[in-house]
Design a protein around this ligand. Sequence first.
Ligand SMILES: N[C@@H](CCC(=O)N[C@@H](CS)C(=O)NCC(=O)O)C(=O)O
Length: 267
Amino acid sequence: MQLYHHPYSLDSQKVRLALEEKGIDYTSYHVNPITGKNMDLSFFRMNPSAKLPVFQNGAHIIFDTIEIIQYVERISVVTSGTDDLSITSGKVVEWMKKIQGWNPKFLTLNHIPDKYRHTVSKFIRRVVIARMAESPDLASAYHRKLKEAYETEDKLKNQEVLKCSREHLIRLLDEVEIKLNETKYLAGEEFTMADVMLIPVLARLVLLNLEDEYISCRPSIAEYWVLVQQRPSYKKVVGKYFSGWRKYRTLVKTWCCIRLRSMLRRY
Ligand SMILES: N[C@@H](CCC(=O)N[C@@H](CS)C(=O)NCC(=O)O)C(=O)O
């Protein structure tokens, strides 16, 4: 089994947490979307949306985050021979869908200083154009990615888009807060795939220095956040790259790569 993913990608984090929690072995391929690796021909041919993560088991390729996690759960049931109730639990799936319904893209991009965001976005556009020139048969799919990049830039200028994204997040967190006030984890007293979906969202808010605004002011979420950071899966998937000073190492590495390749015009 292969997983194409990256530590920066929130949906990749969700899937990797699921794989770690279920103890499933897989071959890991890092595809950094910030350096445009997701536009490389071999990956793009398999996945013309260029989005991460992608899970492959033989001829079976899955692109949807929730579908991947449910597939991982089924593999875990088959390999362990135990009955995993969370698979059949409607409330777990309901939470998973609710959390997946919030798109972290606009809040994330809005909190990246303009200087960095513009450099990265220009770099990615150049990568797409370079790949398009190498593979004219994929031109229309690459074109879609270029259009998407311009549309994202436009949406970021629209305060209404940002306001909607924030309000959606607040509604979600308020609902989570009420639930966590009643139970230890999101779908009850046991850790489930609903928690796997929520942890990367909280980690993203912390990475963007938004902990006070969204987490600390919600006591049950704040307590939950301390608890889930103790899990080995969290440490391996998120902590290793983003806890404390590690986030600077991770971010500076990508930034230097982009600056160097821009200087050398190596797209
Ligand atoms: N197929 C995914 C979407 C995943 C997604 O939006 N991935 C983002 C990172 S979390 C991505 O790959 N962005 C890069 C791009 O769009 O070029 C789903 O389950 O909804």
